[in-house]
Design a binder for this molecule. Structure first.
Ligand code: ADP
Ligand code: MG
Ligand code: ZN
Length: 499
């Protein structure tokens, strides 16, 4: 079934989008939330389990202090109020990956409340208010075997891996964000990017969306312009990359507009995002909080972080991305808009490391936002996941700077680096990519270009010096781009103008 969609620009004249983001972050603690099991990603299924995380009767949980500490640090970094008293609650529901029949989470007494995160898109700052930051346990993972899609529909049978069950999970819930208009998709993406940067800076998680250590549910509703009540929202799950966050918002805006235009009502439901088509499809109708029969978890003591400890954690926070950005902008002398692009592309840290490895800020920016951003986009991966390190990018800029290669050859060298052939210098050597010096071959190519175009030579000698460009082009072509254009131009001038 294909959805009817309204053109994005057109719907904005009639509807105002409201977004809300729920982000789950798996903390990078060595052990699980309520037991001592290891949390290593990718281990053999069901090898990191024990009676507690398997939910066996009679087992008793004990809270992981490092996870509580990380949650408080995240709350502090987001400007939240840290509760002096907080409790875990049972969220009751049946699902095969939740062996106890409930998830230990937090309900009306979360650890952190009322924070904020500012993001900037196209020169405007959007304040995203944080409703709450709470701590819970992750579920196990269902594996559906035999179907084409990996989903339960069409599968022969399903298996459950409990290695993930009980990994500490922090949920960060925003308040509804209205007023972003046409920028709503980008604001949503910029928010998740900024949140990821904060958590990465804290060292609280490796925040890898493709491995599921950062997962995002995208809530979206549309308001008819001028309406007093907010529209009904959908909650899109399976949004596994920053790019998908933006696409999911855009798609739901276009789909919901079509539903409303046709006089229909948006159904409050969870929806699934499909990476291949960029579309969403209906999941299940949404439960209300009352369906979960929340009640305080009787097997765990309340959390009552003392003020001195919280103050100590606040004092120990590292420099956060917002402050780092201001400092680096000053150090690098780049315009504010460029810094925004860097931040929203998730490239600030990469550029910083590239500069630390010896590149100029301008060169580092140019590579990460230009050629490398293009490659990441083509491959559908995040910048940080490209198989090239900041040090290698710095080496590329150094090779260009010293004249060993030009930009075109640098892109070829990059192909080799991305293919795992080693550092740029090694790739340049093994592929013979260095630009030609004033070799016999180059002299011959220059002479041939002059001999082959007497009309151009006459023009140049008659005063139309720009015509020399045609000869430069001919030499570059004959040398397959291996020559240095400035050298070629000088050699031509020596022969055509002086000689
Ligand atoms: P649930 O647990 O049912 O998902 P929450 O109270 O946790 O509900 O809120 C889910 C998210 O939906 C929050 O980020 C909230 O800001 C957002 N939200 C609430 N109402 C709307 C709305 N009308 N449009 C868009 N987002 C909304
Ligand atoms: Mg929710
Ligand atoms: Zn365990």
């Amino acid at each position: 079934m294909t959805d009817t969609l309204v053109e994005f620009d057109e719907l904005l004249t009639r509807y105002e989008p409201v977004i809300g983001l729920e982000t789950h972050v798996e903390l990078g603690t060595a052990s699980k939330m309520f037991c001592g099991c290891a949390t290593t990603f990718g281990a053999e299924p069901n090898t990191q389990t024990c009676p507690v995380c398997l939910g066996l009767p009679g087992s008793l949980p004990v809270a992981n202090a490092a996870a509580v500490e990380s949650t408080i640090r995240i709350g502090l970094a987001l400007g939240c109020r840290i509760a002096g008293w907080s409790r875990f609650a049972r969220k009751n529901y049946f699902y095969p990956d939740i062996p106890k029949g409930f998830q230990v989470s937090q309900y009306d007494e979360p650890l952190c409340t009322a924070g904020r995160l500012d993001v900037e898109v196209d020169g405007r700052t959007y304040r995203v208010e944080i409703e709450r930051v709470h701590l819970e346990e992750d579920t196990g993972k269902n594996l559906h075997v035999g179907g084409a899609t990996g989903r339960i529909h069409g599968a022969d049978h399903s298996l459950v891996d409990f290695n993930r069950a009980g990994i500490p999970l922090v949920e960060i819930v925003t308040r509804p964000v209205a007023g972003a208009g046409e920028k709503a998709p980008e604001v949503a993406r910029a928010y998740v990017t900024a949140l990821r940067d904060v958590i990465q800076t804290l060292g609280a998680s490796d925040v890898r969306m493709e491995q599921g250590s950062l997962r995002c549910d995208v809530n979206l509703s549309l308001n008819p312009v001028g309406a007093l009540e907010w529209g009904t929202r959908t909650e899109t799950k399976n949004v596994n990359s920053l790019r998908s966050v933006e696409r999911a918002v855009r798609y739901e805006m276009r789909r919901q507009a079509a539903v409303l235009d046709a006089g229909g009502r948006v159904v409050q439901e969870t929806r699934h995002f499909h990476e291949d088509t960029g579309s969403t499809s209906s999941g299940r109708s949404k439960e209300e909080a009352t369906d979960y029969r929340y009640f305080p978890e009787p097997d765990l003591v309340p959390l009552a972080p003392d003020t001195a400890w919280v103050e100590e954690l606040a004092a120990g926070l590292p420099e956060l991305p917002a402050a780092r950005r201001v400092r680096l902008q000053e150090e690098w002398g780049l315009p504010a808009t460029e810094m925004t692009w860097l931040v929203n592309a998730g490239a600030l840290g990469l550029v910083e490391q590239t500069v630390a490895a010896g590149a100029s800020p301008a060169d580092a920016r140019k590579w990460w936002l230009g050629e490398l951003a293009r490659r990441a986009n083509d491959a559908g991966v995040e910048l940080a996941d490209l198989a090239v390190t900041p040090a290698q990018v710095a080496e590329l800029t150094a090779l260009v700077g010293e004249g060993t290669i030009n930009d075109k050859l640098a892109r070829q060298a990059l192909d080799g680096v991305l293919a795992g052939e080693g550092d740029p210098r090694a790739v340049v050597l093994s592929h013979g990519l260095a630009v030609m010096g004033e070799s016999d071959e180059l002299v011959a190519a220059v002479d041939a270009a002059i001999a082959g175009a007497p009309d151009v030579v006459a023009k140049v000698q008659g005063g139309k010096v720009q015509a020399l460009g045609a000869l430069v082009g001919a030499v570059m072509k004959a040398t397959r781009g291996q020559a240095d254009a400035a050298t070629v131009r000088r050699m031509l001038e020596e022969r055509v103008l002086v000689g």
